[in-house]
Design a protein. Structure first.
Length: 589
């Protein structure tokens, strides 16, 4: 299975996991040894029946030979079952060793740079690879070396039979090679097209409500059918090419079996072999070409497994696991952003360029500016969702890269624009699913209720029929946008974090909810926390200490709220506006 793409040696982490399955594979090899010896039982039985039983009429001999054959076939079936079970267990061991590592890497991929999309569906690829490793194609690969053994037996019967078997082996090897050349790229292209169609379909289905509301069902169906038709067409071409070789293999198999009988009959007539050797030759010929026939029949699956392995190996190389870092003290004093720059290399533009500001404990900074100014990008870079190209983000003087992201995330409360609730109970969402790792349910419950009360969501949650045990669907389905935002705020406050990053937290709140939000921010700062809030509505400015104004990815202003108001007064007077009547934030939004 060759490829013109860049070839990588196997990643050490992936190699270690595969090496852990070595004992299973060695067991499969040992069982394959005994299995291929036992496959001779029907051949030997046939020889003995025609060469000993039939000429002598030995019924007792026939009985014993039959009992031996039955015993050999029972053992063969049991060994075949154990071989398959060993491969299945090796697949399960791979899942245990690698699934966690894969998921950790997937969650570590920054959303910028295109890596996230490139590795989407990686767990499906991993399952494909595991399925192939425990499937019939791999069993055929273990049986393939025994072709030489059966060819040798054919030569022992007679050189003519050995030559015929050798010619068959060469022909099948050539067919296998041509099959690989003709189908590999087609199968790879078809798999990629189908995988892309699946991802697109999943993304569209997740927003089926919006599609219905906009009357786009028919259009989206056509988009999906077009995406699928590409994959289906590629698959048909790959199948057509593979089917040609599979049909040729079946033809060759039947021809060789018949030729073996014909050659055997000729040699028997010439008194060069016995009558039993005629049928033995046919059986040996069939057995010698069986692995090649199975490999050709399973070629599509083997190719999919190989492509899945390459993608997995590429993931392990491109996304490194987080290194073991020094456990730094809990941040309590400051957040310093210095010359932060985030670039889009494909579009050759900057999301953020040289942004700097500082935020101390007890302070709140409002990030304002027009749409597309880079406000959300700044929030994502600070909390660790996106990588940044230049500059630093420091918590209590330590750069973000020096922190264990899992641990640092516990000290940050983040509320994204879309809230992003997950399938599970309200309690699990607020607790950031801490209960899956921590068995102290009483402490977790206390922290959940405290966070909900701090966010002003406790009374709202208590009115639900199942309260905190209300189960949410994907994206928080079952809640209104305002309710989801309050629960998201409670999640951000869970665990008493140092920094609170809120991206348009009042977007779905009414006046009462907005007033409650301002009280939450004020209380958070009073206890020594720091808040960064992205806003488009002016009311929340009454509780902030500093303002950061972004435009086109650059910081146009950073200072206190009073300094911002003074800076806006000349422009307000030119426009004939009264800054006391309408805060300048509305104008600059």
């Amino acid at each position: 299975m060759s490829s013109k793409s860049e070839k990588r040696v196997i990643n050490p982490a992936l190699r270690a996991a595969l090496s852990a399955c070595k004992q299973h594979l060695m067991g499969v090899a040992v069982f394959s040894f005994f299995l291929n010896l036992l496959y001779l039982a029907p051949t030997i039985y046939m020889l003995q029946v025609y060469d000993r039983v039939v000429p002598t009429g030995g019924v007792l001999t026939l009985l014993y030979l039959t009992l031996i054959l039955v015993f050999a076939l029972v053992v063969l079936s049991r060994l075949d079952q154990l071989r398959t079970r060993l491969l299945t267990r090796s697949s399960a061991r791979l899942d245990k060793l690698l699934s966690g590592q894969i998921l950790h890497r997937l969650y570590s991929i920054p959303t910028t740079g295109g890596k996230s999309a490139a590795f989407a569906g990686m767990m499906r690829e991993f399952d494909t690879m595991k399925g192939v490793l425990s499937g019939p194609g791999v069993i055929a690969l273990f049986d393939a070396p025994w072709i030489i053994f059966y060819l040798g037996l054919c030569f022992l019967l007679h050189p003519y039979l050995g030559g015929l078997a050798l010619a068959a082996g060469v022909a099948l090897a050539l067919i296998t090679y041509l099959n690989e050349r003709a189908t590999y790229e087609k199968i790879t292209s078809a798999n990629q097209a189908i995988a892309s169609a699946y991802l697109e379909q999943e993304a569209l289905t997740s927003r089926a409500d919006v599609i219905r509301a906009l009357g786009m069902q028919s259009e989206m169906v056509q988009v999906q059918l077009k995406s699928r038709s590409t994959g289906v067409s590629e698959g048909m071409r790959a199948n057509a090419a593979g089917d040609n070789f599979a049909a040729l293999t079946k033809f060759l198999k039947m021809l060789l079996q018949s030729m073996a009988l014909g050659v055997g009959a000729y040699l028997a007539i010439s008194q060069q072999i016995s009558a039993g050797a005629i049928f033995a030759a046919s059986l040996l010929m069939t057995r010698s070409i069986a692995p090649m026939e199975q490999i050709i029949g399973q070629w599509r699956g083997l190719t999919k497994g190989y492509n899945a392995y390459k993608k997995l190996n590429n993931l392990f190389y491109q996304v490194d696991p987080e290194p073991s870092l020094v456990q730094l003290p809990v941040p309590k004093a400051s957040l310093i952003v210095d010359n932060l720059t985030v670039a889009n290399r494909e579009q050759r533009r900057y999301y953020l360029q040289g942004v700097s500001f500082a935020l101390n404990a007890g302070e709140t900074v409002a990030v304002i500016g027009p749409s597309g100014a880079g406000k959300t990008t700044l929030a994502k870079a600070i909390v660790g969702i996106d990588a940044y190209d230049y500059g630093t983000v420091r918590f209590d003087g330590s750069e973000r890269s020096e922190w264990d992201q899992q641990r640092l995330g516990k000290y940050i409360g983040f509320l994204p624009q879309d809230t992003c609730l997950f399938p599970g109970t309200i309690a699990a969402n607020i607790s950031r699913f801490e209960g899956t790792l921590n068995s102290d349910s009483l402490l977790i419950d206390q922290k959940i209720v405290e966070a909900a009360k701090a966010a002003g969501a406790h009374d709202m949650i208590s009115k639900f029929p199942q309260g905190y045990n209300t189960v949410l669907g994907a994206g928080g389905s079952g809640l209104s946008a305002g309710q989801a935002q309050r629960i998201g705020l409670a999640r951000a406050l869970y665990g008493d974090p140092f920094l609170l990053v809120l991206d348009e937290p009042n977007a779905h709140l009414d006046q009462e909810g907005e007033e409650a939000l301002m009280k939450v921010i004020q209380a958070f700062c009073d206890r020594g926390g720091a808040v960064m809030v992205i806003v488009h509505r002016a009311a929340i400015l009454s509780v902030v200490n500093k303002i950061l104004f972004l435009k086109n990815g650059r910081a146009g202003f950073f200072g206190t709220r009073d300094e911002w108001v003074k800076a806006q007064q000349p422009q307000a007077q030119i426009d004939g506006d009264d800054p006391k009547a309408r805060p300048a934030l509305v104008k600059n939004s």
